[in-house]
Write a protein of this length. Structure first.
Length: 153
């Protein structure tokens, strides 16, 4: 699995929204500036995340975005699958985006066998890590106690 810039920006935007969960909406300009994401590109990404049910928006002068679900309910796997497609390194081991591989015998392919193990490891981690956990990691890396959720944009 290779995460594109679009996928990385989607996760970074969701992190900001997760850090501000329970607050009012976060303005797109604030997300753009805080995460150094071009505003026009961010608008496209947030609209895509909105159509997938990850975020909600509010229009107008006091408008912005917020998470549509609790941060604990949004996994990295769900976001990456929506933005990127398969979590698998090759399509012949993907469970959701399977494509027949070009090797002569899939069932006896050593490379496919190794790639399947890699996919399983990636899926295991991506299904476990949520936006809430990313927020917890952010706080830990900032040397802030988790109880001090005073990060507001």
């Amino acid at each position: 699995m290779k995460l594109s810039v679009r996928g990385e920006y989607a996760l970074r935007a969701l992190l900001v929204l997760g850090l501000n969960y329970g607050e009012s909406v976060v303005r797109i300009q604030a997300i753009s500036e805080h995460q150094n994401i071009p505003k026009r590109f961010l608008e496209q990404i947030l609209n895509d995340l909105k159509s997938a049910g990850f975020v909600q928006s509010r229009r107008g002068a006091a408008g912005g975005y917020r998470l549509a679900k609790r941060p604990e309910e949004i996994t990295l796997a769900a976001v990456v699958r929506h933005i990127e497609g398969a979590l698998a390194p090759v399509s012949c081991v993907s469970e959701r985006f399977y494509e027949k591989c070009s090797c002569p015998d899939e069932s006896r392919c050593a490379i496919r066998s190794a790639m399947k193990e890699i996919r399983e490891a990636v899926v295991r981690v991506a299904e476990r890590v949520t936006i809430a956990e990313l927020c917890a990691r952010w706080h830990k890396l900032q040397h802030e106690p988790l109880s001090a959720l005073d990060f507001v944009i």
